[in-house]
Ligand binder design. Structure first.
Ligand code: HH2
Length: 289
């Protein structure tokens, strides 16, 4: 079991035809495998491999056979080359989760929070997987849009309540409490204001004692605040969001830019530990000359 007593960096590996330019199955697999090696070298604690995009506009549902064709060859090779690596599979499909867990993945990251596939909870429970239960609304094609972004006057309370229902479903399926990580689903059925209010309420989510994960990396709200249109150039804004989330109680961070996030979160963590008098921190001494 992976101890979550410091910030854990979850490096994103997308194995979708549009994620690694110039396409082609073997190229896709090899690019994903090379990307995994780079993310581990840069300090990722967990590799999150996904074969279905939830981007608004870019997302059309992928059938399970196609998702398996995308994810499994890369996953298999990554596990073979890095037997010590902790791997999660980003999927809403129990078929894909089952195959990935059988190939050596340890965690299922379900952006539907076990909503969209009735077998998902049982599959995770039977295989003793860690489970990221993320908040979202609607199906895969619309969850990244604003189609269901209707909330009353307390968005964070609604997100926490809906996540609570998903945790109940996880328990009912036999997933133990200590296998569950909560994720408020930043940008999923959320405007920029909704995402900011949800992030600001991380202490509410963390109060239940379960680890909280956030994914702010390169997201639309970062672009709206900073005015940076190109997602690949949103690294500084993304790190700002993640450092604030760490200070508020988040412990897992799903990121594209691993090295920069690793360094920022490790430094922020040393301060957070001293401020709260808890957690693991080390004495930092100036280098001897
Ligand atoms: N966000 C995306 C996909 N999976 N999983 C978790 N647990 N939390 C998230 O916030 C999350 C997720 C969507 O991110 P997007 O920027 O649309 O694509 P990418 O997969 O490149 O991050």
């Amino acid at each position: 079991m992976l101890a979550i007593d410091r910030p854990l960096v979850v490096g994103i590996i997308n194995v979708t035809p549009d994620s690694f330019s110039d396409g082609g199955r073997y190229h896709e697999r090899d690019a994903a495998v090379a990307h995994a090696a780079r993310l581990l070298e840069e300090g990722a604690d967990i590799l999150d491999i996904g074969g279905e995009s939830t981007r608004p506009g870019g997302a059309s549902p992928v059938d399970p056979a196609e998702e398996l064709r995308r994810v499994l060859p890369a996953l298999r090779e990554i596990v073979r080359r890095h037997p010590g690596a902790v791997v999660s599979v980003d999927t809403v499909k129990s078929l894909v989760a089952t195959a990935a867990l059988d190939e050596g993945a340890h965690i299922v990251n379900d952006v539907s929070g076990l909503r969209l596939d009735r077998e998902m909870g049982a599959v995770c429970a039977a295989r003793g997987a860690g489970v990221v239960v993320m908040h979202s609304r609607g199906g895969v094609a619309e969850m990244g849009s604003l189609a269901h972004a209707t909330y009353g006057n307390d968005v964070a309370a609604e997100v926490a309540r809906e996540l609570g229902e998903r945790v109940e479903a996880a328990h009912a399926a036999g997933i133990p409490s200590d296998a569950i990580v909560l994720d408020p689903g930043i940008g999923f059925a959320k405007t920029t204001e909704h995402s900011l209010q949800t992030l600001a309420a991380i202490p509410l989510l963390a109060a239940g004692g379960r680890p909280v994960m956030v994914g702010c990396s390169r997201k639309r709200f970062i672009g709206e605040i900073t005015g940076v249109a190109d997602p690949a150039r949103r690294v500084m804004g993304s790190i700002g969001a993640h450092v604030a989330a760490l200070a508020l109680g988040a412990r897992l961070f799903r990121v594209h830019d691993v090295r920069a996030s690793r360094e920022a979160l490790d430094v922020a963590w040393q301060i957070v530990c001293r401020a709260t008098g808890s957690g693991r921190h080390r004495a930092v001494r100036p280098p001897s000359s």
